[in-house]
Design a protein around this ligand. Structure first.
Ligand code: BGC
Length: 442
C-alpha cells in the first residue's frame, strides 16, 4: 500500500509548552532570546494541537490520507533528556496513536525533530557524544510504549539542517555559530541514529527510517571553481548524511579543505550503518552553488536558482528537481538504497481566507500536482518509492520565521485557532481517492 500522508513536528504545532510536566527544549530558550525569531513569536501555543489533537485527527480522516507523520517531543517524555520519564507526556502520544489507528491512519513517528531538551544542551547538546546515548535511552522508552501500534519510525529529522542552522550558522536553536567546527554534530546525530535503530529493533519496530533533507546541487557555471564548490556542497549537504548510513563510510572531506570528522571512534560506523527499511527524503528545492567569495568562512556560496516561480519564502518551485534527486540517489547508491519515502514536500504561500471564507491556494495545488507527477516519473524510472507526505497538515510555527510562513493544507487563524481546509486539501483528497499511487492516472 502506497502511503499518502501529511507531516508535522511537535514544537511547530503542539503548544502547551509547560503543561503536564513537559520540560524546556532548546526552542523554548531560543525563542525567548531577542531578535532570534521573527516578531518574537514562540511555540508556546502554536496550533494548540496538544488540546485540539482530536479535531486534527478528524481533519486527517476527512483528507483521506492513510498515514500521518508526527514527531514526539523529547522534553515532554523526558523533561531533563535523561532519567525520569513523564508518563503524562507519553499518554498524549498514546491517545493520538489510538485515534489514528481507529481511523485506519498509519502512524509514522519521528523521534527527534530538533526540540532537544534544554538540560541536554546545557551538557553540550549534539556537540557532546553522550547525547547520542541519551537519544537511544529515550527511544527505548517511547518504543516500548508505542511500537505495538506505530509501524513506521523515523529516528532523526534532517540532521544536516539541524547541524547547519542550529550549530553552524546559528539561525535555529540552539543558535551556535561554529561554521565548519559544527561537524561533530553530524557524527553525534548519526551515532544517535544508529543507537536508536538498535533500540527500535529491540522493541520490535516494524519499519525504521532516517529522514534526510536532500537537494540536487547545480554548479552556477561550467567553471572548474564552481564545479568544485558544488561538489563540496553536495558532499556536505547530501553525502555526509547518506554515505555513512547506506555505505558505512564518510565521504572524503579533505578533498574540499574541510576537516575530517575527528569525533569518529572505532565501531561507530558499524552502528551507524545498520540496515534500514527505508530512507526518508525531504525535498523542497534544488541548490545552485558557486565558488566562495569570502563573505562567510565556507568553501562555497549559494548562487540562487533563478527562472522559476517562487514560494512566499522565495524558494524556487522546481518539481522536476524531485525526480532528478530520487533518480540521482538511485544512481549513486544502487542496491544500497532502501525504499524511499518522501517524508516532506510542500510550499509556503501568503494564504488568507477570501470574503467567502475560502482559502483558494491554487499555487499549492499546482505545486503538489507537479511534484506528485515528478514522483511518478522517478518511479517509472525505477526508484522504489513507498510514500509521500505533504508538509504540512496545518499552518504552523515555521522556526525562525515564526508564524509568517504558511505551509498548511489547512489554514489556521492563530488568534482563534479556527481551522479552514484550503483548496489544496480538497484537491489532495480527490487526488488520493482517484489515484492509489502517484503513477496511476494521466
Ligand atoms: C523541516 C520542517 C520545516 C520545513 C519548511 C523542513 O526542513 O523538517 O520542520 O517546517 O522544512 O521549512
Amino acid at each position: 500500500m502506497f502511503l499518502w500522508g501529511t507531516a508535522t513536528a511537535s514544537y511547530q504545532i503542539e503548544g502547551a509548552a509547560t503543561e503536564d510536566g513537559r520540560g524546556a527544549s532548546v526552542w523554548d530558550t531560543f525563542t525567548r532570546q531577542p531578535g532570534r525569531v521573527r516578531d518574537g513569536h514562540t511555540g508556546d501555543v502554536a496550533c494548540d494541537h496538544y488540546h485540539r489533537w482530536s479535531e486534527d485527527v478528524t481533519l486527517l480522516a476527512g483528507l483521506g490520507v492513510n498515514s500521518y507523520r508526527f514527531s514526539i517531543s523529547w522534553p515532554r517524555v523526558q523533561p531533563d533528556g535523561r532519567g525520569p520519564v513523564n508518563e503524562r507526556g507519553l499518554d498524549f502520544y498514546d491517545r493520538l496513536v489510538d485515534a489514528l489507528c481507529a481511523e485506519g491512519i498509519v502512524p509514522a513517528a519521528t523521534l527527534f525533530h530538533w526540540d532537544l531538551p534544554q538540560a541536554l544542551e546545557d551538557r553540550g547538546g549534539w556537540l557532546a557524544r553522550d547525547t547520542a546515548h541519551r537519544l537511544a535511552d529515550y527511544t527505548a522508552v517511547v518504543a516500548e510504549r508505542l511500537a505495538d501500534r506505530v509501524p513506521l519510525w523515523i529516528t532523526l529529522n534532517e540532521p544536516f539542517v539541524h547541524m547547519a542552522f542550529g550549530y553552524g550558522l546559528g539561525t535555529h536553536a540552539p543558535g551556535h555559530t561554529l561554521f565548519m567546527d559544527a561537524l561533530p554534530v553530524a557524527h553525534h546525530q548519526l551515532l544517535g541514529h544508529g543507537l536508536a535503530v538498535q533500540a527500535l529493533r529491540t522493541a520490535g519496530a516494524e519499519r525504521v527510517l532516517l529522514t534526510n533533507n536532500c537537494t540536487p546541487v547545480w554548479p552556477a557555471s561550467a567553471s572548474p571553481e564552481d564545479a568544485r564548490a558544488a561538489e563540496a556542497y553536495d558532499t556536505l549537504h547530501n553525502r555526509l548524511f547518506n554515505d555513512p548510513v547506506l555505505l558505512g563510510s564518510y565521504p572524503d572531506l579533505s578533498a574540499y579543505e574541510l576537516d575530517g570528522i575527528d569525533a569518529v571512534r572505532d565501531g561507530d560506523l558499524e552502528i551507524i550503518a545498520q540496515p534500514l527499511d527505508g530512507l526518508g527524503v525531504n525535498y523542497y528545492t534544488p541548490t545552485r552553488i558557486a565558488a566562495p567569495s569570502g563573505t562567510l568562512p565556507l568553501p562555497w556560496e549559494d548562487a540562487g536558482v533563478t527562472g522559476h516561480p517562487t514560494t512566499a519564502f522565495g524558494w524556487p518551485v522546481v518539481p522536476d528537481g524531485l525526480r532528478e534527486l530520487l533518480v540521482g540517489l538511485r544512481a549513486r547508491y544502487g542496491d544500497a538504497l532502501p525504499p524511499v519515502y518522501v517524508t516532506e514536500n510542500g510550499c509556503s504561500l501568503a494564504d488568507e481566507p477570501g470574503p467567502d471564507g475560502v482559502v483558494d491556494d491554487q499555487a499549492r495545488v499546482a505545486f503538489l500536482d507537479g511534484h506528485i507527477r515528478a514522483l511518478g516519473a522517478a518511479m517509472a524510472e525505477g526508484v522504489d518509492v513507498r510514500g509521500y507526505y505533504v508538509w504540512s497538515l496545518l499552518d504552523n510555527f515555521e522556526w525562525a520565521e515564526g508564524f509568517t510562513q504558511r505551509f498548511g493544507l489547512v489554514h489556521v487563524d492563530f488568534p482563534t485557532q479556527k481551522r479552514t481546509p484550503k483548496a489544496s486539501y480538497h484537491w489532495l483528497r480527490d487526488h488520493i481517492t482517484t489515484r492509489p499511487a502517484p503513477w496511476n492516472g494521466d
